[in-house]
Design a protein around this ligand. Structure first.
Ligand SMILES: *Cc1c(COP(=O)(O)O)cnc(C)c1O
Length: 454
């Protein structure tokens, strides 16, 4: 190893597992039990007030959303997902009865976008629409935002463009919402984006621009094109506060759902949350919100594919001042190739990484075969249809209870003594809109993996 090697200063076993694309767990030595109320990120600070403002914005727009999206009429324009008890899945995951209770947060069923991107993506488009609407006098502050559904208002918004670079799901959320409000919508897609996602967007009047490279290249191309157009708002997945805060609003709703289901979160009853991570914005927003509203006894872990652990390598770089910088998974000899297309990101968001430094409990990686096996087990035990990316969190409990690093973490936090009273919450992040033929292919692969495991 040379001195420039990014793995020299980290635990050698972890480094070798990462390099060899084997499942690995990193726990965060810099996590703080009592972080500051306002946390620094990319030169500004974020606090719970920002999360509350995002939640309030979603409420202001609910009436309009119920009008433009028929699928939201029943909930009055509220985009939310259930918290589902998942005891039926515990034995399939190898969780013993004395290792706590399992729930899933079913964002795979979020309407309109079909993924967790409904939260952040919708919020950012609405924030842009709100700014324009107030500027152009289309609505009064505190007024009825359904006025934005009128042809006159749509004509004004139609002068503006909303653009985004995406592997797929963010594009689906931004594109569909922007176009429904009357904006011109452009989605720059990477080569790994699925054909059916592009088709769906085009059907909704969204312009899809295809790029030969990976996710980063699609984002860079979109950013460059948008920079030359003053009427264009570019949704920047790598550094957007609006996206992150839209995601964070999920915490306020989850807090209510936990209370409704009688789930306590305290020293005797820790809550451990497992979140699939791509660029990091969605899981970081949610982790930020959860740490603010639930305190020190909620522990958040990010889950990444073994070939795309961009957040993990960023956390390692941050903890090693000799290295620092903004490494990519390619620097670690990895391919960034995974069937979890929502997570196929080579380099983490620095906004998310800085914000997570004092908040996050850890990051683990998971092999694609395991994603498919868990996807099938979720179907068989719960009847829920999730996509491969959304399965990443299900390895979490076993990573904590069944690995040396996990067991050390459980001991060092004292959670080992109360594990039987812990709640494990796996965030399932996408699936609703996956076409049946695609989904059946996922199931077949998962059944083959399970059969091979015997
Ligand atoms: C985007 C996405 C994630 C992760 O969100 P990031 O903000 O990219 O970290 C997880 N699951 C699915 C299905 C996604 O589409």
């Amino acid at each position: 190893m040379t001195s420039a090697d990014p793995s020299t200063a980290v635990n050698a076993l972890l480094a070798s597992r990462l390099r060899n694309a084997q499942p690995a767990l990193w726990t965060n030595p810099a996590r703080q039990a009592q972080p500051a109320a306002a946390l620094p990120a990319l030169g500004r600070t974020i606090s719970l007030d920002d999360t509350k403002a995002a939640a309030a914005r979603l409420v202001r727009f609910a009436g309009l959303l119920a009008e433009v999206f028929p699928e939201l009429a029943a909930t009055g324009g509220v985009v939310e997902s259930p918290l589902l008890p998942a005891a039926a899945l515990q034995s399939a995951l190898g969780m013993a009865a004395n290792q706590g209770r399992l729930f899933i947060k079913a964002d795979h069923s979020l309407p309109v976008a079909g993924s967790i991107k409904a939260r952040g993506g919708m919020h950012e488009v609405l924030e842009f629409a709100e700014r324009l609407a107030l500027q152009h006098g289309l609505v009064e502050p505190g007024g009825d935002y359904r006025a934005l559904a009128t042809p006159q208002a749509r004509e004004v918004l139609g002068r503006y463009q909303v653009a985004v670079g995406s592997t797929g799901n963010l594009g689906m959320s931004i594109g569909v919402v922007a176009s429904a409000l009357g904006f011109q919508a452009t989605v720059h897609m990477s080569a790994d984006a699925k054909e059916w996602k592009k088709d769906r967007l085009r059907q909704r009047g969204v312009q899809v621009v295809e790029h030969a490279g990976d996710y980063e290249r699609a984002v860079a191309a979109g950013r460059a094109e948008a920079a030359s157009n003053p009427m264009c708002h570019f949704v920047d997945d790598e550094q957007s506060f609006s996206l992150l805060l839209g995601y964070s609003a999920a915490a306020l709703h989850l807090q209510k759902q936990l209370a409704e289901q009688g789930v306590a979160v305290d020293a005797e009853h820790p809550l451990i949350v497992y979140l699939p991570c791509g660029v990091g914005g969605a899981p970081a927003g949610i982790t930020f919100g959860l740490r603010q509203v639930l305190g020190p006894h909620v522990h958040c872990f990010f889950a990444e594919p073994v070939q795309s652990p961009c957040f993990l390598v960023q956390m390692l770089a941050d903890s090693m001042q000799s290295v620092g910088g903004h490494p990519s998974v390619y620097d670690w000899g990895l391919t960034n190739r995974t069937e979890a297309d929502g997570l196929a990101v080579p380099r983490a968001s620095l906004l998310a990484a800085e914000l997570m430094r004092p908040l996050l409990s850890g990051v683990f990686t998971v092999a694609d075969d395991t994603l498919f096996a868990h996807l099938v087990q979720v179907l068989d035990a719960l009847g829920e249809r999730i996509e491969p990316s959304a399965a990443a969190g299900f390895s979490g409990p076993a990573m904590l209870t069944g690995t040396t690093a996990g067991q050390a973490w459980l001991r060092s936090t004292g959670i080992d003594a109360v594990l039987h009273q812990a709640t494990h919450l796996v965030w399932t992040t996408g699936g609703l809109l996956v076409p049946d033929a695609q989904y059946q292919g996922f199931v077949q692969r998962g059944r083959a993996v399970l059969a091979a495991q015997g």
